[in-house]
Design a protein around this ligand. Structure first.
Ligand SMILES: CC(C)(COP(=O)(O)OP(=O)(O)OC[C@H]1O[C@@H](n2cnc3c(N)ncnc32)[C@H](O)[C@@H]1OP(=O)(O)O)[C@@H](O)C(=O)NCCC(=O)NCCS
Length: 155
């Protein structure tokens, strides 16, 4: 079932919740690197977009994308487990892709843990292709699969 949430730019007051959710959703088993200060840095950075999905006032998802010279890098994307598989991840990614197209940045890149098959299937369903493996990308403990999508090419 698809849930309609509000996707909007994050506020400074969301940094702690984004950091907490990243710790257990994305960095489980690793030394946390997405500390609130790092999220706040991206909130201040003009080349980054920090996005949240809210259901009423509850933060149910988040994403951070950084715009580089010729591509954009999706740093984080997460949805609260109880709300997964209801279209929120798709909504967040569509929002970021639309803003990338508006900015004239068509190539989106990301890394995902090699063992994170759910996320790999999610990105594949969103038109992302696997372009390689990076050994030890996650603190020399886990490999990453690098994925990308060229938004100028219809999927
Ligand atoms: C990956 C993640 C962001 C997907 O968000 P989501 O809101 O659950 O995904 P959606 O409901 O928008 O799914 C869109 C499509 O992706 C695919 N998909 C999503 N989760 C899937 C899963 N667990 N298994 C297979 N396909 C999946 C499906 O095709 C789905 O469409 P459908 O439900 O109509 O079949 C979410 O599972 C998550 O937060 N995981 C933990 C954090 C993480 O791994 N982040 C990514 C790495 S940074």
């Amino acid at each position: 079932m698809t849930t309609v949430c509000t996707c909007e730019l994050a506020r400074r007051s969301d940094a702690e919740a984004i950091s907490n959710m990243s710790r257990w959703l994305i960095e489980a088993g690793l030394t946390p690197t997405w500390v609130p200060e790092r999220v706040l840095w991206h909130l201040r950075d003009r080349e980054s977009t920090v996005l949240v999905a809210r259901d009423q006032t509850t933060l149910v998802g988040f994403a951070i994308m950084q715009f580089l010279d010729t591509s954009a890098h999706l740093n984080l994307l997460g949805v609260m487990p109880s709300r997964q598989r209801s279209g929120i991840g798709r909504q967040l990614l569509h929002w970021l892709e639309t803003s990338a197209i508006t900015a004239g940045t068509f190539l989106i890149k990301l890394e995902v843990r090699e063992t994170n098959f759910a996320a790999r299937r999610f990105y594949a369903s969103m038109g992302y292709g696997e372009i390689g493996t990076v050994k030890g990308y996650y603190q020399a403990r886990d490999n990453a699969v690098r994925m990308s999508r060229d938004l100028a090419v219809a999927s």
